[in-house]
Design a protein around this ligand. Structure first.
Ligand SMILES: Cc1cc2nc3c(=O)[nH]c(=O)nc-3n(C[C@H](O)[C@H](O)[C@H](O)COP(=O)(O)O)c2cc1C
Length: 489
């Protein structure tokens, strides 16, 4: 169920007719983005692209570059080696059903145990393909391989430089030793240093803060490629403390093999394509950005920690994985949607009335959430909104629209119809104060602002509505059957 390498995954995409090879030289400066953007915006997410000769400032890179590898429902399923991402969701459901938890905390605990039991515990190995080539970088000494040799993209014309866009950033809590893997973009400053864009609400930033408080240098390892389950796990909104390496093991039905880094005290999956080893120095900040972001706008320059490289190791057959973000839909929409599908059982566990949930592409993850419920009692929609705002990264949801169970949340037009038809704007909306996504440029101050919820469900007498809720206009089943008999479906 797992891939032994990123190139094996790329070959699987090729075999499934999901890959387009570009053999001509194409510039990492803007040109790859222009091609990938067109592809990502074609129906269903287009194809994955393998650039066999990406160029860096006119010179052909020694590494090929793959992009949009997870940018469709089908490719996401191929990445996780399932027929449909729903299969994974069902496994989650089974873990939770084995011994139904009575609250959310217990639920996560159970999930941790379940995931752990399901062949997910990592194994420790002494070597691996990620060390086919090892380049240690010593201060003052020149090196045959640095960041300048990787085909890192300058994505958009007004970006502050080149950005590593699919990095899995491994850190450790200095107090508990707990591991975390998150995806935080890295702006390349020079051939041995980058920005480290962990936003204030993310686990990497929390780990960083503890190192700064202790005055200790923070070891950080960045991996690129390997089994796509690693990348999926790094982006998944797991609660702080649920180990992404365990989760990746659960997704791929095989323990992740971990190998020690060469220059820092961290372990990384042994079969990844590249490992960037290094450290973040407490207190050191540097201007990062601008960057053409998920929001569809450039996020402005802000101060972020600096990552200093101490070694690069890589596979012989390494492929550099990349993505781009920008005006939706982009590849990340499919990754985010897969996360929502996999974690829907967890939401349902706490809120059994939830029927379905969708984050439409237009909302670029957090801006818009549609949720359908089996409504039973007055103001239940508000319970759901507040519940979701209280669950991990769902706190960033700027607008939540709650609809009845017979509305398809994956059909934006259906949801907008219900929103317009079923709401009295003042009566059926609520505002809350909340932490905001750091990328959101709309709030007056960064990281804090308001969110809005809409109750677009039918109203009950207990909600002060006594006019008798009308019925939806629908054709009766008998007529439909007759028409189908006469004219086909
Ligand atoms: C393509 C892509 C790029 C991302 N870039 C960043 C980033 O630069 N900074 C950040 O804090 N989160 C970024 N995220 C979101 C985080 O990866 C996501 O919130 C993840 O759950 C964070 O992990 P953590 O909770 O372990 O910190 C990105 C997600 C994707 C899919």
């Amino acid at each position: 169920m797992s891939y032994r390498s990123f190139s094996e995954f790329v070959a699987a995409l090729d075999q499934a007719g999901e890959l387009r090879r570009i053999v001509e030289p194409v510039a990492t400066e803007l040109e790859i983005t222009a091609i990938a953007d067109r592809e990502m915006k074609s129906p269903g997410g287009g194809k994955a692209l393998l650039f066999e000769q990406p160029t860096i400032a006119g010179k052909t890179s020694r590494f090929p570059l793959a992009i949009n590898t997870m940018g469709s429902k089908r490719r996401m399923a191929i990445a996780l080696k399932v027929n449909d991402v729903e299969d994974l969701a069902q496994e989650m459901q089974l873990i939770l059903k084995a011994k139904p938890p009575t609250n959310l905390r217990q639920g996560w605990e159970l999930l941790k145990q379940g995931v752990n039991l399901l062949h997910a515990r990592p194994k420790h190995v002494s070597g691996g393909a990620c060390k086919d080539v090892v380049q240690i970088l010593r201060e003052g000494e020149s090196a045959g391989l640095t960041l300048a040799d990787l085909p890192v993209l300058q994505c958009w014309p007004k970006d502050g430089g080149r950005f590593v866009t699919l990095p899995n950033v491994h850190t450790r809590d200095p107090d508990t030793g707990e591991r975390n893997v998150g995806m935080y973009r890295m702006q390349v400053y020079d051939d041995r240093s980058t920005g480290m864009h962990w936003q204030v609400h993310k686990v990497g930033a929390r780990h960083g803060k503890r190192y700064y408080e202790r005055g200790e240098r923070m070891p950080v390892a960045v991996t690129l490629g390997g089994d796509p389950a690693y990348t999926f796990a790094a982006t998944a909104p797991l609660p702080d403390g649920l180990d992404e390496i365990l989760f990746a093991g659960f997704c791929r039905k095989k323990s992740v093999e971990l190998v020690k880094c060469e220059t820092i005290d961290l372990e990384v999956p042994a079969d990844v394509d590249f490992v960037l080893e290094g450290y973040v120095q407490p207190g050191e900040l540097r201007a990062e950005g601008p960057f053409g972001d998920h929001t569809g706008y450039y996020t402005p320059v802000d101060d972020y920690p600096v990552f200093h490289l101490t070694a690069i190791t890589h596979r012989k057959d390494a492929i550099y994985p990349a993505t781009i973000v920008g005006i939706p839909p982009m590849e990340d929409f499919y990754m985010g949607t897969a996360s929502v599908r996999v974690f829907l059982p967890v939401f349902r566990m706490n809120f059994p009335e939830i029927v379905d949930l969708a984050l439409p592409a237009e909302g670029v993850f957090h801006n818009l959430v549609f949720v359908s419920i089996r409504k039973q009692y007055p103001w239940q929609a508000y319970k759901i909104m507040h519940g979701l705002w209280g669950m991990g990264q769902m706190m960033f949801s700027k607008y939540i629209v709650v609809v009845d169970e017979d509305c398809d949340v994956h059909n934006t037009s259906d949801v907008l119809f219900r929103l317009c038809a079923n709401t009295d704007p003042q009566r059926d909306s609520t505002f809350i104060k909340s932490p905001c996504d750091s990328l959101d440029h709309a709030p007056t101050l960064p990281n804090i602002g308001t969110h809005m919820g809409f109750d677009a469900t039918r109203k009950l007498p207990g909600e002060g509505y006594h006019r008798g809720w009308p019925e939806l206009v629908k054709m009766d089943a008998e007529t439909l059957k007759r028409i189908e008999r006469l004219f086909g479906s």
